[in-house]
Design a binder for this molecule. Sequence first.
Ligand code: ADP
Ligand code: MG
Length: 620
Amino acid sequence: MSDIISVLPDAVANQIAAGEVIQRPASVVKELVENGIDAEASEVTIVIKDGGKTLIQVIDNGKGMSETDARLAFERHATSKIKSAEDLFAIRSMGFRGEALASIAAVAQVELKTRTPESELGTAIAIEGSQVKKQEPTQAPVGTNFAVKNLFFNIPARRKFLKKNHTEFNHIVHEIQRVALANPQVSFRLIHNNSDIYNLPQSNIRQRIVNVFGKKINANLIALETETSLIKIGGFIGKPEHARKKAGEQFFFINNRFMRNAYLNKAITEAYERILPPETLPSYFIFLEADPASIDINIHPTKTEIKFEHQQAIWQILHAAVKQALGKNNVVPSIDFEQDANFNIPIRNTETPVKAPEITVNPAFNPFEEEKKQPRSNFSPPSPSPREKNNQQNWEELYKGFENEKQELESFYGNKPIETAPAAQQKIYTDTSTGGTFYQLKEKYILTSIKSGLMIIDQKRAHERILYEYFMNAIAHHSAISQKSLFPVTIDLTPDEHITILGVKDDLHQLGFDIDDFGGNSIVINGMPAESAHLDAQDIIDKFLHALQSGNSNFQSKAKEQVASSLAKASAIGHKQTLSQQEMQGIFDNLFACGTPNYTPEGKKIITIIRTDELEKRFE
Ligand code: ADP
Ligand code: MG
C-alpha cells in the first residue's frame, strides 16, 4: 500500500486550531481586550458592527508593538508573556499561549495598527486567512488598534452557525462585563452599530459593579473579605432579598481572571440555603487571589476553567466567608428548622369539631360540554375560541401523548386497546367515588382519583402547558388581550437584557405586551397580557429573561415558541402555592383541553398515575 499520511498545510492546521480559541465574535473580543489589558492599557474601546460579524475593533492605549513584534505576534505560539515551562506556574498575565492572534488571523480579515512610545512611526499590517497582505510604516497613536472584519469569511460553514446579531452581541456584552469587572482600573467603552452601550470610567470595584449593572444594585451589595495563607477572598455578595430569578450576576475571578467553577458556586449557594426565595439565585462578585503556582489555568484554550490545588479547603473558606458576611447583615435565620412535613395539612385548631370533607360532585359534568358551565379558576386563560370543537381531537392527542407510557396508559383507559380510547375517556370521569375532588400535596401536586388509580399532576408544569398553548394560540390568531397598566412601569435592564427584550419585542407585542424602549437600557411596560396582568411586571420580565437565557438557545428557528414558553414559565403559578378546589378543577379542566397535556413545552412530565393494583401490592 502506498503512503497515505500527509502533513496539513499551515492554513488548514491554523483553521483547525483556531476553532478551539475562536468560537464566535465574543471570543475575538475577549482575546483582544485581554491583550490590551496585558499591554497595560488604561483605556480600551471596543467598536462592534452587526453583532461582531462585520466588524470587531479593539483600540487600546497600551505599550504597543515594535515592527518586528507586530509581524511575529501572528505566529502560532508567539508570545511575549512566557519564555519557559516554569513560567507556566507563575502566570499573572491574561494570555500566555500565543494562540489568539494566530487563530483570529486564520479565520478573518485583520488590520493592525500599533506604535510603541519609543518610535515615531507605527506599523500597519493587513492579514487575511493567515496570509500577510500588507505591512508598512504608518502614523498611529501609541497603543494598538485591531480591526477584525468578516469573521469566518473563509469558513462559510462556521459563519452560518453564528446566531442572530443581537444574540452574538449579547455574548460580547457578557465578555466585556467579565473583563470590566476584573479590571476597574481600566476605562472601557463599548459601541455597537454607532450607539454607546457602555462607557465605564476608571473606578473602584464597587463603583464598577454599579456602572455595569445599574444604580439599584448598590444598596444590595454586602462586602466580603477574608484572608488565609491559601487564598485571599474579596468582593461582594447580593442581599438575599435582591436575589432574582436569573443567573446574570454571578461572577468568580481568580487573580483577576474570570472563571467558571460549579464547585465553588455551590459553596456560595449553600451558604444562602433557606434564606432565598424559592427558585432565585444570589448575586455575587467574588475575587479570589491565590499563588499562581497553586492553580492551573492551562487546561482549556479559553482559560476559563481553572483547577485549584486546594479545592476543598477553598470551598470551606469561601462558604464560611459568605455565611459570615450574611450573618453580619443579619439575614441568616438563627434556628435551622426542619423543613416540610410530608403533607401540607392545614393546622387545625383542636377545639374546632372535625367536619367530614365536603365533596363537590357535579353529576352533570361532561368534559365534552362547553366549558363555560364549569367553574373557572382565575388561573385559566380565556379559552381559545374553537376549543369546543377541538376537544374531541385534543383528547385523541392526549391519548397519543401517552403512547410511550403504555403501562400507565392501559390502566388509564381501563386496559382498553388503543383504538377505543375516545370512548374510554368518559370512564376517567365516571369513577365518581371521589369524582371532582382534588387534593393538594406539598403545595406542589394536584392529586385526584381516576378510574385506574391516582392521578398526580404537577401544578406548575400543568399551568405552564396551559398558558403556553394559550399564548401560541394568541400569537397565531393575533388574539392576545393586552391589559393597559394604570401606571406604566419602567424597568432598568442591563445592556444585554435590553437587547434581548428589543429582539423579541414584536413577539411580546403579539402576546399582549405593550413595551416601549425608554433608552439608556430601560423599557417601559404600558400593558401586559391579560393573563399576566395581575403579576409584577419586573418579576415577569426577570423570569422571562431567565427562562429565555437558560432555554436552549435555538432562538432563531423557534423564536415564537421560545417566547411563548418563557412567558408561560414566567407567568405560571409556582410550587408552594396553595390552591382551592376550584382552582385545581380549573387547572385540571384546562390541562386536558390542551393539545399536549402530558408534557411541558420543554418536555417535562406533567402527569403521573399510580395504578390501583400498584397500590394494592403495597398493602400486601
Ligand atoms: P498571548 O496573549 O497568549 O501572548 P496573543 O496571540 O494574544 O498571545 O498575542 C501574541 C503577542 O502579541 C502577545 O504576547 C503580545 O506580545 C503581543 N500583543 C498582542 N496584542 C497586543 C496589544 N494589544 N498590545 C501590545 N502587544 C500585544
Ligand atoms: Mg492574548
